[in-house]
Write a protein that binds this ligand. Sequence first.
Ligand SMILES: [Zn+2]
Ligand SMILES: [Zn+2]
Length: 278
Amino acid sequence: MTTDLYIYKKEIDWSALHFGVNIPVSLQNIFYENINIKLQKGETKKIKLLVDGTEYPAILTNINFDETKYPTHKELSQIRWIPNSKIAKKLRAIFYSSYNYLSAEKEKLENKKKQLSVPAEMREYLAIYSTVFDDVFSVECITNNEIVEAKKAIRNYDELEIEQIIQAKDNSTLIEKERTTKIRKLDKTIGDNLKCLYEYKCQICGLFIGEAYDTTVIHSHHIEYFSVSLNNNADNIMVICPNHHGIIHATNPIFNREKKLFTYPNGYSEGLKLNLHL
Ligand SMILES: [Zn+2]
Ligand SMILES: [Zn+2]
């Protein structure tokens, strides 16, 4: 089994700090392809989560849900823990900023069950990766402090330069690299997953540049600039050929998300030939 396959990026909310995380339906395929565990509906398995070098027990569940209620769901998996567990306590300690915010907001609520979310500028994430062991998953915590630090570290770089640094195997050139390692790794693995999904073809022109040469030169591009947002959700990433990437950064076209259309400053417009995820 390959190590360090990206499985899931999750925004920290009340439930993650107490009960666990759902693996969203859209990621179930990648999830089950990347792990060697096969669970039937209703089955559970004990797993270990590796946080900061320490293993914490948790449960992987393939939920036996009511298919008549959710006809579009094939499978629904969760990684579960309980509020008093070591992993939940550890996560609340790491993500104290989200925990404090959510606790204070919850106090004010009459309906305690209401879903709360952390404001955009305070958001924190965890990223789950597979490891060499089938039942051990590595959890990387990306705190708001780290995001703020990373923003500072990359602020003097050009967007295209940053995207190239992220994709490069050797990242030793980025200043203060230790502060951005986790974020860059997550970004690269999400980008790599998308490149696989599109079979290394450009979403704009549909071409697989490099095919004849037995190589791939495809890029991942951030719709909302990464240097500004550090947003590496898959829905902010697009897979494009180096030519289109160069043109986009040279001209800064506007991307219309609804129509999936780039409009360039000279008035020229261009849609997406391939789109499976936006
Ligand atoms: Zn292209
Ligand atoms: Zn780009």
